[in-house]
Design a protein. Structure first.
Length: 174
């Protein structure tokens, strides 16, 4: 192993240890963890800006590509930060490192219930606006404790938060 590769491995290991220690400290004191680069809450949701993104084993171009994301606007959860790289995870728990320029702060969700009823108001008895199939990606608008307003194609309406992936259970949005 060359000296350069050895130093890179040590640097990556040290970054992982710092990230792990920060998470443990945040859990111990009951505070919200913040990203060391952006100071934004961790974990948090974003969406894929690009139509194609390489997901790497580590936070640099020298790391192997494990898989490729190809669904623009797909929601992802950021679980770690290192320089210009973000460790992301999809709804199935698969993850890796993606360059931050391929991610967007625009919020989207994936429908996790087949034929999810979208309603005119955030009430179970409100008129149905549309039905969304399992796996549909919709834009996230407003969220209340149990309901979120979605935009999908030409449809806008409210869906139960529990049927969506890409929004926190306690998350509220205006």
């Amino acid at each position: 192993m060359s000296k350069r590769v050895f130093i890179h491995v040590l640097t990556t290991l040290a970054a992982c240890l710092v990230i792990g220690a920060t998470a443990a400290l945040a859990d111990a004191v009951g505070g919200t963890e913040r990203g060391p680069v952006t100071n934004l809450p961790m974990p948090r949701y974003v969406s894929l800006k690009a139509g194609k993104a390489n997901v790497r084993r580590g936070p640099s171009l020298t790391h192997r590509i494990d898989w490729v994301l190809t669904r623009r606007d797909m929601p992802l959860q950021i679980t770690a930060e290192h320089g210009h790289w973000r460790r992301v995870q999809d709804r199935d728990g698969a993850g890796g490192w993606v360059h931050y320029s391929l991610l967007s702060g625009m919020r989207t969700v994936i429908v996790e219930e087949d034929m999810l009823s979208i309603r005119a108001r955030p009430e179970s008895g409100a008129p149905q606006v549309a039905l969304l199939e399992l796996g549909v990606v919709a834009r996230l608008d407003e969220c209340r404790p149990a309901w979120c307003r979605l935009i999908s194609g030409r449809y806008k309406g409210w869906a139960q938060k529990s049927a969506l992936w890409g929004v926190g259970a306690e998350e509220l949005r205006d």
